[in-house]
Design a protein around this ligand. Structure first.
Ligand code: ASN
Ligand code: ZN
Ligand code: CA
Length: 370
């Protein structure tokens, strides 16, 4: 193990007569490859050379790797108590050029998942100074091709890993897009920080946190093949799904199930629906109210109180939300508490009475919080 907890296989060459060390080197070496992804074009990949082949494992990002779940499913009791985790066999490749950009090659979805993990790692490291999901430099892993026609992806604290289905092909394709990868990995960040309880309003904030960072990850990638927008899952939905994305952060109610505005019954909703309040706040804070075309995608955000909100940009949103999440929110934080937490964060970062501080207050008021 090195200082970061990464496995190191050291080969030592010794003089057979004297036993003296002649040379020593690490057999696991970082190599630069590339992959043809399903959604992001050809992307660079940092992989591990084993000498005879390459593994889809990134020594520069805590040995985060991607494995093939090969259609297996976990065995769980009561929905959550999982006795076994299907082993994921790390992908290997002979020439370090991975996938073919289509589902014909099982490695293509793995390229997207590994790329999504890379970009998310870089986003948290470069923008927030966070070294890995847990902040300890250690990587996680991805399992792709989980189950059969499985229309979901999820983060699991117990394995510290992400799991992706291939979708049923009618409603969804493989769930390995950048925003979904960023969403799932951010559940790991939340669990290691505020640990927002996954029900009621705190659950909505947990989900909103993942949508916010999943979106900021998508923007951070700056990949023209999957440019940033405030939709979640626009790359994975198919015509059978009946709409263009899983969720719409500018106006969450566009999905037919989420809410745009806080009310006293918000806590009763599924966490993927009352997250709309937090998503709507985040959009308004970054981009402002009214119509706005971003990377060719039309957005249009209303306010619940008829006010006009002027956005302060995605960078300020990310800084404020991250500080609120890691310093001020706790497991039981609700929307009123999130208003206080983000105002505290904005005060720390920009000062009380700053444009940013006032915008946080205005954006929460615009979604009926406070
Ligand atoms: N994809 C979902 C999510 O991450 C899975 C779940 O319901 N937990 O929120
Ligand atoms: Zn989620
Ligand atoms: Ca998106």
């Amino acid at each position: 193990m090195d200082a970061q907890g990464n496995p190191v296989a050291r080969t030592v060459l010794t003089d057979a007569r004297t036993g003296a060390q002649i040379d020593a080197w690490d057999t696991l070496e970082s190599a630069t490859g590339d992959g043809r992804s399903l959604y992001g074009g050809t992307v660079p990949l940092s992989t591990t050379s084993t000498g005879s082949a390459y593994e889809l494992k990134d020594p520069t990002r805590g040995n985060t790797y991607t494995g093939d779940a090969a259609g297996q499913v976990d065995l769980c009791l009561l929905g959550t108590l999982c006795l076994t985790r299907a082993p994921a066999t790390v992908f290997t490749d002979a020439d370090n050029h991975w996938g073919d950009g289509t589902t014909t090659d099982r490695a293509s979805a793995a390229v997207d998942a590994q790329y999504g993990t890379d970009v998310t790692w870089d986003y948290f490291k470069n923008v927030h100074g966070r070294n890995g999901i847990a902040g300890d430099g250690k990587g996680s892993y991805n399992r792709v091709h989980y189950g059969t026609r499985y229309n979901n992806a999820f983060w699991d604290d117990t394995c510290f890993c992400m799991t992706y289905g291939d979708g049923d092909g009618t409603q969804m394709g493989p769930l390995v897009s950048l925003d979904v990868a960023g969403h799932e990995m951010s559940h790991g960040v939340t669990s290691k920080t505020a640990a927002l309880t996954y029900s009621g309003e705190s659950g909505g904030l947990n989900e909103a946190t993942s949508d916010v960072f999943g979106t900021l990850v998508e923007f951070h990638a700056d990949n023209a093949k999957d440019a940033g927008d405030w939709l979640i899952g626009e790359k994975i939905v198919r015509s059978g799904f009946g709409r263009s994305a899983l969720r719409y952060m500018d106006k969450p109610s566009k999905d037919g199930v989420s809410v745009d505005c806080w009310s006293s019954s918000a806590a009763d909703l599924d966490v993927h629906y009352n997250s709309g309040i937090g998503n709507h706040f985040a959009y308004l804070l970054a981009e402002g109210s009214g119509p706005k075309t971003i990377n060719g995608v039309a957005h249009n955000s209303p306010t619940c109180d008829g006010s006009t909100v002027t956005g302060i940009g995605r960078g300020a949103l990310g800084a404020i939300w991250y500080r609120a999440l890691t310093v001020y929110m706790t497991s039981s934080t609700d929307y009123a508490g999130a208003r206080t937490a983000t105002l505290n964060a904005a005060r720390d970062l920009y000062g009380a009475g700053s444009t940013e501080y006032d915008a946080v207050a205005a954006a929460w008021s615009a979604v009926n919080v406070g």
